[in-house]
Design a protein around this ligand. Structure first.
Ligand code: NAD
Length: 257
């Protein structure tokens, strides 16, 4: 197995893209640390399910990615971190002058600062192991803006900047850092935006999906969590060892425009 003997820590991985990436890394043989802040019985059951399905060790560690202390504790509790996937993220949509300060602070903390803290905690482990892969789940919004998503766009542009800096700081070592920039993927973070969009535009669900959400995605198709998982596995392969400090768009052509 390509990644056997490696341990991957995936932040925000009890659903959506993080879970898809965790599944793909497990299928490639990596031991996995699943994370969220929720600490429910089903989070622990999910870890057991993944372990049974892929024959690898899977642990669930609860940690709140909105605090630097918890981000660093997650990596310390993992004990080993060969592959770090910074995926946890939230969204809030509102014009700047009405954007609640607590939402701004939470989005910057969870979507951007968490990646700084986990990276700082994981790099010494990667250096000790002599190999490392850092994969930041940014967004097409790390490369392009949209109105009403000020905090999200600022955070994701910040993640792309952090990715470049981390890539440069580790360039002479067997460690890489890259950002995956998905376009729209139909996960809970997107589902949560659909009712508002239906009300705002007075449209049914299918019309909102095709005419609003996918209007900037030229393929007019959602990217899938499996595709993002496969991209992460590729970034862990030898073929990607000279790719660092860069972005990989999986966005149906969005950022070609
Ligand atoms: P999701 O809501 O399914 O997943 C978000 C994950 O983050 C969940 O596992 C949740 O538990 C976790 N999380 C949220 N707050 C947390 C906290 N304080 N501490 C720990 N974990 C926390 O959404 P998703 O679409 O899978 O999003 C995953 C990442 O992909 C996010 O960074 C998001 O910005 C990014 N992204 C998503 C899309 C999309 O279209 N779905 C597109 C581009 C980028």
């Amino acid at each position: 197995m390509q990644l056997s003997g490696k341990t991957a820590v995936v932040t925000g991985s009890n659903s959506g893209i993080g879970l898809g990436i965790a599944e793909s890394l497990a299928a490639a043989g990596a031991d996995i640390v699943i994370n969220s802040f929720t600490d429910r019985a089903e989070d622990h059951a999910l870890a057991q399910e993944l372990a049974d399905k892929h024959g690898v060790a899977v642990r669930y560690i609860a940690a709140d990615m909105s605090t630097g202390e918890d981000c660093r504790r997650l990596i310390a509790d993992a004990g080993r971190c060969d592959i770090l996937v910074n995926n946890a993220g939230i969204q809030h949509v509102e014009p700047i002058e009405e954007f609640p300060t607590d939402k701004w602070d939470a989005i910057i903390a969870i979507n951007l600062s968490s990646a700084f803290h986990t990276t700082a905690a994981a790099l010494p482990m990667m250096r000790a192991a002599g190999w490392g892969r850092i994969i930041n789940v940014a967004s097409a919004h790390g490369l392009r803006a949209s109105p009403y998503k000020s905090a999200y766009v600022a955070a994701k542009h910040g993640v792309v900047g952090l990715t470049k800096t981390t890539g440069l700081e580790t360039a002479r070592e067997p460690i890489t850092c890259n950002a995956i920039c998905p376009g729209y993927v139909l996960t809970p973070i997107i589902e949560a935006q659909i009712p508002d969009q239906m009300a705002t535009h007075n449209m049914d669900r299918e019309t909102v999906l095709s005419e609003i959400m996918l209007s900037r995605q030229p393929s007019r198709e959602f990217a899938t969590t499996d595709q993002l998982g496969a991209t992460a596995v590729f970034l862990c392969s030898d073929a990607a060892s000279q790719m660092t400090g860069t972005t990989l768009s999986v966005d149906g052509g969005w950022t070609a425009m």
